[in-house]
Design a protein around this ligand. Structure first.
Ligand SMILES: *Cc1c(COP(=O)(O)O)cnc(C)c1O
Length: 464
């Protein structure tokens, strides 16, 4: 399988290339040359396999000769071993037609662990073969940083520097990053806000000599390896619920469009996912785009589901590429409009293509609290605000023709204030994190200044 850039400036890349590159050099996102699909009989055969077995089969067509099926299976089992539930990503039935898919049993309690644990293991193999090292840099307002640090803490080939806004992330989220004691892990608290952190990371990637010298790599949600790893739990859950002989609807709390795009890939591979519902909080660029046809950036409003507080949804570009019949020229023209004027109109036939499969809904802060409370009263389940955005939208899409799976993307203990406000219950941290408030923290406070941050990274990168 080879990969090409959505913007037409790169093609014929191997899986290993795109794994290590992240973003394509022309600013586009890598997509496979075609979507491999399994016939129904083959999907039926996968019902007898374990989670790791399904994972290996689903990923194999995309990785080419990078790893054999057996190697993939072993790698995925290594990632699974970091999870604290025997089913890895268990399904929980809420009513006769609604299921929660719990993706938060990993080390940092959010769904990003699934893909990050697999990505880190794949990157290590690729770097070992190339006898190379990389410096991973990233900015975080919460979930991404801790998931990346947990995933790369044992890497012998990657050092990782995560920037977070000083005194502006929750104590639990900060401690999940700063209490990790590993020689290749560095936390930088920036005296500024999340936008300052993101700007600094962007500036470092744009500083070509620095980028080359440090061999910078990114692990944000546009990395194809992460998307691919997320296809696994769509497959395991669909098979458990009767696919390929029963069609399903998935509701996905969405920010950067990475998770739900993996659902689209699962559908392209032949799973009968008849409907994918984009659930947004009040930062609803995607809901507006799908309902009005105008993709238009706005101001970000902070909410109780901070991992979905985004201005643009980067991975939407991948869907748009297919919707434009894979015409990179037309796609690039729209992306240029977005940069120049902050928005574009989705061409009619592209909107129709998207609308056949995708629906959308938006949950206000009031809807979120109301949904956490109602879900607790009606089912006894305590859900986090991100999961509640999905459930609120799932409810609004009532009259469900299909079995519906709503993705539970974070553990409620990660967002105790909102949960307590809605239910009166303070959700307890799971045992493996119970002592996190007592562990020693390590982080460096730096000004929001490019030279200061680059100097710190350069002087510590050799040691990692
Ligand atoms: C990252 C995140 C999301 C959004 O996922 P995308 O792939 O960016 O759409 C939703 N919920 C939680 C808890 C997250 O951490």
């Amino acid at each position: 399988m080879h990969y090409l850039s959505t913007r037409g400036g790169d093609a014929n890349r191997t899986f290993e290339d795109v794994l290590l590159a992240g973003l394509a050099p022309d600013g586009g996102l890598y997509v496979p040359e075609h979507w491999p699909a399994f016939p129904k009989e083959e999907w039926r055969g996968l019902r007898n396999l374990s989670w790791g077995g399904v994972a290996a089969m689903v990923m194999k067509p995309f990785v080419g000769d990078f790893l054999t099926g057996q190697e993939l299976h072993a790698l995925v089992e290594g990632a699974q071993a970091t999870f604290h539930h025997a089913a890895t990503t268990p399904l929980k039935q809420l009513d006769d037609a609604l299921f929660l898919l719990e993706l938060f049993h990993g080390p940092t309690l959010a769904f990003k662990d699934v893909a990050m644990q697999i990505l880190a293991r794949m990157m290590d193999i690729a770097l070992m073969r190339r006898e190379a090292h990389v410096t991973i840099i990233g900015a975080t307002s919460g979930d991404t940083g801790s998931a990346a640090i947990e995933a790369f803490r044992h890497s012998s080939r990657a050092r990782i520097f995560i920037l977070h806004p000083h005194e502006r992330v929750s104590a639990i989220q900060r401690r999940q990053m700063t209490t990790v004691d590993a020689p290749n892990v560095f936390n930088i608290a920036i005296e500024g806000d999340f936008d300052d952190c993101q700007r600094l990371v962007k500036q470092m990637f744009n500083d070509a000599p620095f980028r080359e010298r440090m061999r910078l790599a990114g692990v944000n949600s546009i990395n194809w390896g992460r998307i691919l790893a997320q296809v696994i739990y769509y497959a395991t859950s669909a098979l458990a619920l009767g696919a390929p002989d029963r069609s399903l609807c998935y509701v996905v709390p969405t920010g950067n469009f990475g998770d739900i795009f993996a659902g689209y890939v699962a559908r392209k591979m032949g799973l009968p996912i008849d409907r994918l519902v984009v659930a947004t909080n009040v930062n609803d660029i995607l809901h507006r785009a799908l309902t009005t046809g105008r993709y238009e950036t706005g101001e970000v409003t902070p909410t109780s589901s901070p991992s979905m507080d985004i201005q643009v949804s980067s991975n939407f570009e991948r869907l748009l590429f297919d919707a434009l019949e894979r015409d990179p020229g037309r796609l690039k023209a729209l992306m240029d409009q977005l940069t120049q004027s902050g928005g574009f109109g989705i061409p009619e036939e592209a909107l129709a293509y998207i609308g056949q499969l995708f629906k959308s809904g938006r949950a206000s802060e009031e809807d979120v609290l109301d949904t956490i409370r109602r879900t607790y009263e009606e089912t006894g389940e305590i859900v986090d605000p991100h999961t509640a955005v999905g459930l609120a939208v799932a409810r609004a899409h009532a009259g469900r023709a299909h079995m519906t799976v709503s993705l539970a993307t974070a553990h409620p203990a990660k967002f105790p204030e909102a949960v307590k406000a809605a239910t009166g219950v303070h959700p307890a941290l799971p045992p493996h994190l119970a002592h996190i408030m007592e562990l020693e923290e390590r982080f460096e406070v730096l000004p929001a200044d490019l030279a200061a941050v680059e100097t710190f990274i350069a002087s510590h990168a050799q040691r990692g």
